[in-house]
Design a protein around this ligand. Structure first.
Ligand SMILES: Nc1ncnc2c1ncn2[C@@H]1O[C@H](COP(=O)(O)OP(=O)(O)OP(=O)(O)O)[C@@H](O)[C@H]1O
Ligand SMILES: O=C(O)[C@H](O)[C@@H](O)[C@H](O)[C@H](O)CO
Length: 290
């Protein structure tokens, strides 16, 4: 893996982030406080709830300073940001692509075909990191949803306006210094190019298509028919070496996927909890090959 830049945050950005209760801090004590204050109850998958989280800067209750913040809890174990070295780099990724966060506010785009586990992983990342969350399916134009529900794949023209609205969400968050996590299939390179920016990292649950098909077939209450998986896979263009990305094996459990992704983020300078809820036991272990 190519070496990647360690995230650097200017004092002004760090101060702004602290005000927003986001976990950017060089001080462990402050970081503990921020994590504790941003922690929200575990989110359910949209399958269970039928709706998604969609928080924007300024509109989210979590984005506003809280008048009566609880006293900081003590004793939480943290994984401090580390500088990548050959010894502490996580296991090789499928793509072998460099991941770089430069000095911008990070936004994770969890991409992949329908049923690959985007929402499950993104929800875990958002909860663990305390970052804003956008369920990309929520901002599809109604006509797109109707089309997919009827079993017809979307075209490029259907997707451009949707991609642009996700781009706006990313821009708003980066301009505000508020990290975020968004789900967006981002199947083609040209789609990802609409979304890519400094600080934007694609996180791609990928691997055995039979696993995805099985999960899709078992899923109920979702507008996306399993019959569209074939066209999703046919449309998917693999990540390319110059894309800023982490590939995560779909065969891993949700907790393992979360731990694997957090390992990569930590190795690239992002402060993440050492003992995130739902990711215990594997964060510091060797992930399954991807
Ligand atoms: N790592 C995993 N292990 C086992 N089951 C999983 C895992 N990740 C997701 N699932 C299950 O697979 C199904 C699809 O997951 P999810 O809804 O997160 O995928 P998605 O990519 O967001 O789908 P879509 O794009 O169609 O909305 C769900 O039933 C979910 O509970
Ligand atoms: O680009 C697309 O074709 C769409 O974004 C789909 O991927 C669905 O929205 C998503 O997978 C929900 O099932």
């Amino acid at each position: 893996m190519a070496s990647a830049a360690t995230l650097t945050v200017s004092p002004a950005v760090a101060a702004r982030s602290l005000r927003r209760r986001t976990p950017w801090s060089t001080s462990v004590e402050e970081y503990v406080r921020c994590i504790d204050e941003t922690r929200t109850p575990a989110r359910q998958t949209k399958e269970a709830h039928g709706h998604h989280h969609h928080r924007r800067p300024g509109r989210s209750p979590d984005a506003r300073p809280r008048a009566a913040a609880p006293p900081p809890r003590t004793g939480r174990r943290l994984r401090p940001p580390v500088t990548p070295t050959p010894a502490n780099e996580p296991a090789p990724r499928r793509t072998g692509t460099p991941m770089s966060l430069h000095s911008s506010t990070p936004v994770l785009i969890v991409m992949g075909v329908s049923g690959s586990g985007k929402s499950t992983l993104a929800s875990g990342l958002s909860t663990t990191l305390g970052w804003d969350f956008l369920e990309g399916d929520e901002v599809h134009p109604a006509a797109n949803v109707a089309k997919m529900a009827a079993g017809t794949p979307l075209t490029d023209e259907d997707r451009w306006p949707w991609l642009r609205s996700i781009r706006r969400w990313i821009d708003e968050h980066q301009a505000a210094g508020t990290p975020g996590v968004v789900t967006c299939s981002s199947l083609k390179r040209s789609y990802r190019d609409v979304l890519a920016a400094n600080g934007v990292v694609f996180v791609h649950p990928t691997g055995d298509e039979r696993i995805i098909a099985t999960r899709m077939a078992a899923r109920t209450g979702h507008y996306m028919p399993a019959s569209l998986l074939a066209s999703q896979l046919a449309t998917l263009e693999p990540l390319q070496p110059d894309e800023n990305a982490i590939a995560v094996d779909v065969s891993l459990s949700p907790a393992e996927q979360l731990a694997f992704t957090l390992d990569h983020l930590a190795a690239h300078g992002v402060a993440v909890p050492l003992d995130p809820e739902g990711a215990s036991g594997t964060a510091s272990g060797t992930p399954a090959a991807v």
